[in-house]
Design a binder for this molecule. Sequence first.
Ligand code: NAD
Length: 272
Amino acid sequence: MENKKKKLGMIGCGAIGTEIVHAIDRGDINVTLYGCFDIDKNKFDALTAGLKNIKPQFMQAEELIKNCDIAVECAHKDAVKNIFQLAVKYERDIMFLSAGGVLENLDLIEQAKAKMINVYVPSGAVVGLDGLDAAKYQGLHKVTLITRKPPRALKGVKYLIDKGIDVDAIKAETVVFEGNALDAVKAFPQNINVAATLSMAGVGPELTHVRIVADPFITNNIHEILVEGEFGRFRAITENLPSPSNPKTSFLTSLSAIVMLKKIVEPIHIGT
Ligand SMILES: NC(=O)c1ccc[n+]([C@@H]2O[C@H](COP(=O)([O-])OP(=O)(O)OC[C@H]3O[C@@H](n4cnc5c(N)ncnc54)[C@H](O)[C@@H]3O)[C@@H](O)[C@H]2O)c1
């Protein structure tokens, strides 16, 4: 049976990549890990040091994509374009965690569609995309994302520095951004994959409304999605805990990617 398993290539050996590879190592995802790439080889070494059952090879992104059935990007939004182009070139399926990077390269989605390449973007750090997906079929009126973050999670963000907002001085709930998803992704490149995923699943980046709130009374990120459409309306709230291996990444993100990969290779699919 081993030779029938899909071959997976992992690009990015940080927090999310490591959690996915560990799930493969435990036998939780029925794929063969063909190899891994990271611009920092030390990250690959650290990842493989924790493995018990598999020994993936280190290889460059192009070789990896060329030889695997599905590549999984867990790297950086700036890596998306090149990886996407390689996937189109070799006609390979691809999963992107850097949703903000996908939003910046929507033209490549059209190329992938033309070649019948499957492009997957997991729900990531947010719940509610199943309902959004179903509602979209009949028509959406309004999609809003309200992201609350502890001020320290916004420290060093250039957009806020340029606006003269000192996050250390925030002592009450403060709206630090209000606008559409396109501008949100540009202003908060490290923080706003959720806005990118939500807008691609729903009404698009120009029409998705985003509010970012610095809240000194919370310790973890909270995402609230408000959807109105022909079906009625819903409100979905996700209170995330950080990933054990990267406090900047919500734990739910890795879990969502692991389960999406399981759905790709397993026959039973429950939920929209
Ligand atoms: N979809 C979501 O909801 C969601 C949530 C959290 C994070 N993310 C995104 O997922 C990606 C991975 O997150 P993470 O927490 O694992 O980050 P991380 O910083 O822990 O790991 C990223 C790894 O990618 C490597 N890398 C960077 N640029 C690369 C490139 N061009 N080619 C190959 N490797 C490269 C780094 O060396 C690092 O090891 C990030 O882009 C992050 O913004 C998405």
